[in-house]
Write a protein that binds this ligand. Structure first.
Ligand code: SF4
Ligand code: SF4
Length: 114
């Protein structure tokens, strides 16, 4: 048994590099993407998000990808269809700044939530 462990310990770990991540499985959800031209700042997505990943302030829609579950609740409630669920899922990074998405919004929304 010890010989087996010793052999495993000495065997180098092989990693398989890839230039781009494999495509997401059919129907898989990825990060939500907002269209700032039609987002009216009603904040219904903010209220619907179970993790508080979205904020909207002073005309800017922001998403904290460290909190996002890719659940799709924000896209479902948006009255302007401003949010689409992409299939982008490979988001790991050593740079935390890349995990915050900020989009300037210019649209109008009739269903405001305050
Ligand atoms: S996909 Fe879900 S967790 Fe992510 S921002 Fe939308 S509501 Fe929040
Ligand atoms: S218009 Fe859609 S994306 Fe913009 S704040 Fe309202 S629910 Fe969120």
């Amino acid at each position: 048994m010890w010989k087996l462990f010793d052999k495993l310990r000495r065997t180098p770990i092989e990693t398989i590099p890839f230039d781009s991540p494999p495509p997401a499985a059919h129907g898989a959800r990825g990060m939500p993407v907002v269209n700032g031209a039609v987002c009216g700042g009603c904040r219904q997505c903010v209220a619907a998000c179970p993790t508080g990943a979205i904020t909207w302030a002073e005309g800017t829609w922001s998403l904290d990808l460290r909190r996002c579950l890719f659940c799709g609740a924000c896209a479902e409630v948006c009255p302007n269809d401003a949010i689409t669920q992409s299939n982008t899922y490979a988001l790991a990074t050593k740079d935390p700044a890349r995990l915050t998405v900020a989009v300037a919004t210019t649209g109008r929304c009739s269903q405001e939530v305050r």
